[in-house]
Design a protein around this ligand. Structure first.
Ligand code: WT7
Length: 651
């Protein structure tokens, strides 16, 4: 056993982990009474945080600090702020400090270090590029970029001029991008020629070009990442444009409740919805959750491994660390390139202090030769985080011991695209850190576990997780152009409480999340709805009917499985392959079904509802229940026959 170096930030007591004296002494927040203190007057509490943590052009009037007219509510109403000023300008007193360490995937390429001063210059310039192309306050800018510094620059430039960014995950397909451009009516797209993945250049521009056809996009600004020539009048080179403009752009003064960005996410219906996030409240929560959850300090380097295409990338790879004046590390590529030691070498080389990743990555690394990890010095780490899905005890302990050297707290953060920032977790300086348990509502917030009727369940019983008023400052401000969807998804069931769609129970006074209670899956931490995937497959002209269910997967958590009834065409391995690549083109490879089974009929009720429960039971070799309610019970035995001998669970 290698002797673990580094300071011990946790101690064990009563079968739980707690912050050590060293942690308590140095932590940004170590007062366990912060919870009760904050709840005496949560609005006043958040007002204090917003005032202390952010730079405002003008403060809100206290009577408008929180205005609730459900299902909408606004924070710091009337307060004036610019988000990019808070991320960059206000750190210019220390402009030589590092804002961003960007690690390219190719090992022969050097990392790019951007100081706050350099970032300031680039953000200002790109803000002027956007202006040159007539982007105005309130306009929506689509960003389809891999993990490159230009993603951060473009996002902050939008914020500087009051434009609203809509980042689309670069692994999404052309169709998926098109749908998001159309919904947002974006007039400009920022993209790249491509990126490196597992040692190979991958094209992005091809997908971008096909996506913008017949949309509102007038101009495309292209980052040169893989040296591809991009021709056409609409296409401009990022660097050339940057060189050609003024180096200062006056920040647009925004209202706290003006939208900062839209991010599309999957719900239970076929179409992804545009989650809208406001400026001031989002900033306050991004700032304080970094400070208190992860104990992030300006001298720290934080590495959140999430892609900017997801909310975690927005809030904890980019915005949170910058708001606090810390250093963010961003890595371009695959976790195992050129070998499975890459991530751990990055931590060693750049002395990463705060490391935030997902259970799916943790499970992947648990299953490799551990020497790839043990040979690196990870003693710079102080706090570890996890997010995206429930983490099991074995993975938690592995993360704690192998990555954290048994020294670092694990902050299991529960939140959602809709919540903008973390809502339920333990604070690094307060504890306790308990495997599989997220913890308490962040100070100033409160959650309840209720039954179908909205009444609290008995302590320890399972129920539905809801959030209570006052709702978190970083909560979504509606679904873009879709009031009905907003109401139906989050407010219909409990009216005065926000419906999270997650299940949970209380354990020793702490919240333990059990997972989604709707038809949303988590595939390698990525959110995917059954309906969205079914819609995509249904669009194929060969398909008559389709049902998608998830099954457990050792690394990815869940994997989608499709059952297809064909209109025409013959069931074959080849057709399965064809339909899989069809899904790639409709949504992206993250949504690709693990298997597609061709069946004669899907189990349905008299009203025509597909009984996915039954399919799921068959997949995991359980006795399907409720066959009596089916119009076609004979379909079940036939499907079972097809599944037999397929060894699906082992794959
Ligand atoms: C769903 C939201 C928010 C960042 C990434 C995911 C699940 C998230 C945890 C956790 C158990 C978790 C929930 C939630 N989830 N964090 N720590 N423990 N489950 O964002 O893609 O919007 O998904 O992820 O089911 O509803 P998202």
């Amino acid at each position: 056993m290698v002797k673990k170096k580094g300071i011990k930030w946790v101690v064990k007591r009563d079968g739980m982990y707690w912050p050590s004296e060293a942690m308590k002494k140095s932590a940004n927040m170590s007062d366990s009474k912060i919870y009760s203190k904050s709840m005496k007057n949560p609005v006043a509490f958040w007002e204090g945080l917003a005032r202390e943590g952010l730079t405002w052009e003008k403060e809100w009037e206290s009577k408008n600090a929180y205005v609730e007219k459900l299902p909408y509510f606004e924070w710091f109403k009337g307060g004036k702020i610019n988000f990019s000023v808070n991320c960059v300008d206000r750190h210019m007193g220390n402009s030589s400090r590092t804002a961003l360490i960007w690690v390219p995937e190719p090992v022969d390429e050097k990392p790019i270090i951007l100081t706050y001063g350099e970032l300031y210059n680039k953000v200002n310039r790109f803000a002027n590029v956007l202006k040159k192309y007539n982007v105005k306050k309130g306009d929506i800018v689509s960003i389809y970029l891999p993990m490159v510094p230009e993603a951060l620059i473009a996002m902050l430039a939008c914020a500087r001029i009051g434009a609203i960014h809509s980042v689309v995950f670069s692994a999404f397909s052309a169709d998926a991008l098109k749908a998001r451009i159309q919904d947002a009516e974006a007039k400009i797209l920022i993209t790249s020629d491509g990126y490196y993945r597992r040692g190979k250049p991958e094209s992005l521009i091809k997908k971008a070009k096909s996506a913008i056809k017949k949309t509102t996009i007038k101009n495309v600004i292209v980052v040169d990442r893989i040296g591809k020539k991009v021709r056409g009048k609409m296409f401009k080179d990022f660097e050339t444009e940057m060189a050609d403009v003024d180096s200062y752009a006056k920040p647009e003064i925004m209202n706290s409740e003006d939208p900062l960005f839209i991010l599309y996410t999957s719900g239970t219906t076929g179409k992804p919805k545009g989650v809208v996030h406001d400026t001031g409240g989002y900033a306050a929560q991004a700032y304080w959750t970094c400070k208190w959850n992860f104990d992030l300090k300006p001298e720290d380097t934080m590495w959140c491994t999430a892609d900017v295409g997801w909310i975690t990338g927005h809030t904890y790879a980019f915005y949170g660390p910058l708001l606090t004046g810390a250093t963010s590390l961003v890595y371009e590529g695959g976790p195992d390139f050129p070998n499975p030691g890459r991530w751990w070498k990055i931590i060693q080389d750049h002395k990463v202090n705060i490391f935030y990743t997902a259970p799916t990555a943790i499970r992947m690394f648990m299953n490799i030769n551990q020497n790839w990890i043990k040979k690196y010095d990870l003693s710079s780490l102080r706090v570890l985080g996890t997010v995206g899905e429930p983490i099991d005890k074995v993975s938690w302990m592995w993360y704690f011991n192998t990555i954290g050297g048994g020294r670092c707290p694990i902050i299991d953060t529960w939140w959602q695209t809709e919540t903008g920032g973390t809502l339920i977790n333990t604070l690094a300086g307060v504890g306790p850190f308990v495997p599989t348990i997220s913890g308490k509502s962040f100070p100033g917030l409160s959650h309840k576990i209720v039954n179908e009727e909205g009444h609290s369940v008995k302590k320890g019983n399972k129920g539905f997780l809801v959030q209570q008023s006052p709702f978190a400052p970083s909560m979504l401000h509606g679904v873009f152009k879709n009031h009905k969807k907003y109401v139906d998804t989050y407010w219909k069931k409990y009216k005065t409480m926000y419906d999270t769609s997650d299940g949970a129970y209380m354990d020793r006074g702490l919240i333990r999340i059990t997972g989604r209670t709707d038809d949303v899956m988590k595939v390698a931490g990525h959110r995917l709805s059954t309906a969205e995937l079914e819609n995509a497959i249904h669009d194929n002209s060969l398909v008559l009917d389709v049902a998608v269910v998830s099954m457990p997967d050792k690394i990815k958590g869940e994997a989608p499985i499709a059952f297809v009834v064909l209109k025409s065409g013959k069931a074959s391995k080849n057709l399965e392959k064809k339909l899989k690549s069809y899904v790639d083109s409709k949504i992206g490879p993250t949504a690709r079904p693990r298997r597609i089974f061709f069946v004669a009929d899907l189990p349905k009720t008299r009203s025509g509802k597909i009984m996915r429960r039954i399919l799921k039971a068959l997949l995991v070799n359980e006795e399907p229940k409720g066959l009596m309610t089916l119009v076609n019970p004979e379909s079940v035995a036939k499907i079972d026959l097809i599944l037999q001998g397929q060894n699906i669970l082992k794959k």
